[in-house]
Design a binder for this molecule. Sequence first.
Ligand code: SF4
Length: 705
Amino acid sequence: MDEKKKYQYQDELTSSRQAPEYRSGMSLNERIKLVHKLNYSKDEVIAHTANKAVAEMVSHMEKEGIGNTFDRFMQQHPQCGFGLTGACCAFCSYGPCRVNEKHPHSICGKDVDLIVAGNALRRLASGMSAHGAHAREVFIALKAAGDGSAPIPIKCPEKAWAVAGALGLDAEGKSVEQICVEIADRFIDDLQRALPKHHDTLFALAPKERSGLWERLGIIPISAYHECFESNNLTSHGTDSDFESHMQAFLRTVLAYAYTTVVSTSLATDIVYGLPRRSKLNVNLGSIRKDNCINIGINGHAPMVAFAICDIVGTPKIMEKVKAVGADDIRLYGMCCTGGEFVERDLGIPLVAMASSAEMAVATGAFEAIVVDQQDVLPGMMPVARRFHTKVITTSPSGRKEGAIVLELDYYLKNLDRIYELAEQILDIAIENYRNRDSEKIHIPDIRAKVELGFSVEEIARLFDGSMPDKKIHGLARLLEEGKIRGIANFGSCGNIRGAVFERNQVVIARQLIKNDVLVTAHGCSGMGLLFAGLAHPDASKLCGPGLREVVEALQIPPVLHVGACTDSTRASQVMAYTANAAGQPNPAMPFAMVAADPAAEKTMGARYAFILNGIETYSCVQDNTLASDRFIDYVSNRLRPMVGAAMNWNPDPYQTAEDILRMLDRKREALGWPVSDYVIGTKEEIEETIPDTVEIGKSFCLNS
Ligand code: SF4
């Protein structure tokens, strides 16, 4: 972007690496050096992570001789430079092929640009498969709730009618159950078909200005399954060898990802499991109960078994069993995105870990069972669980773990009608296992944050004078235009071990942004870092600039609005689109940003580019493994902007990233003729060393115990 690169503050930690800055034409060795330099040791993680509970657990695990992700990361050094920068292909058995200046072509004849683009496309397709599997389970639940093939209640019929209206379904004279089946069928069709057909979900739910643009660019997908199939076909041995054609497939796959595995998943989840509800909760490891309580962690993404457990956990029948083993209570705890789904729905289930810190939760020794399904459940959890009495139970045939107890939904869906039996069996194992608990081994950091959650689009529209049928949020548009709110930034994606200090970058960036009157929405694992840092509570208004502070204090809301789990990027993009509608502007003209500070899982590739295709500038501190190709970097960082109105921005320094975002927001404000005020970059002491009083160390708020 057209930036004058003079920053007010340089991150001491990033600059201590002395990594060369990326420039087009640099040698592969320099590129590898750049990435190698930007790594941080376990001791640096302990010293600098914003999540002090994780820091304590990493130290505790070291003392106890329990290995974790950070140890395994150190053991991988130095990571292969070809893999790190994307200059390696292992698609066929001629390979692996590694290219550099001396040997610029692979055995089949690919150059570095084609190899990097092919790797990126396959990673994107893999991420879409993961979100697609999550989507498929939610659609199955929606259909089963409608046709009665599983005892799943429909918790938000109003949302079913609203989605039916948005999809243009004829609801006349139909029951909500029939409508749920029709919605599910439509979502499933757009997920799975092989032949071209009008993409109902995309055209119904995307802003018209965007869908028209995507049609003109020729990137409307056929279906998620087909684009996944085609991404693998196109990159297979001796098939497509045109960089532009690879990138066309990349953009098409991003749209398939966004509209058939994310947007429809979020809407269907709301119909079946209910809208988010405002609630107060404690989060982080210090929310785990130590004494006389049976603790069960629920980790993963798929909702069917997780919500069934949630439905029955406090029933008299279960409580009788709890008392019989000598415990007083039984509690569920959320991890990763299932945790995100729970906390947004006011179920009284604390969120204790994101994907990469789930091992630390297990290492507290306080869990009778960890119930896992699929995605982001790291295999490294198993040896940690074996050090304690903790039983790991898998519930998805897609996500088994060696040595775990298997109590799963059948691959052919033959036991959908017995989902609550499955849930009870799981609870029975956890309850019985309480007898094996060794209290001496339990170590729970006394660190937690208080949060206020549950911001659906409907709730945000209610707070800010919005009109859901018109898809307009007038109040936010007015506040942006007046300048009380400088811009809106959404934080999503996961957290990385490579190239970043765990849960530091997103916290630094978010604190700089709210200090400069930027309203933040957050979801997924990256958003959890902001919760653990105490930013999702009204008391965090003290950290805001004067304009944002006035707004959030008047409404008694946090400056960071938690909108849910990974697929709830849908809510953030709807809030942005509806605010743009109210301002009478297209997305790219608006002061909006997407921040995926430390992307890691394959799914984050699609998440970031979906925002870009929606016209939202996107920022990351960790680079995808694509640095070997100037052509790829140029395409995503520059060429996309005139095509779709936004592009990818990468800067490993979180302070500079915050400043890049503020400059971009101000440029957009200036172009709109809206007032622009100076921004102030806070120092390290102000941003990192001052722990807000929404985070308590050593004291209990007891809001949810
Ligand atoms: S597809 Fe080409 S570049 Fe990839 S491993 Fe095979 S020969 Fe090498």
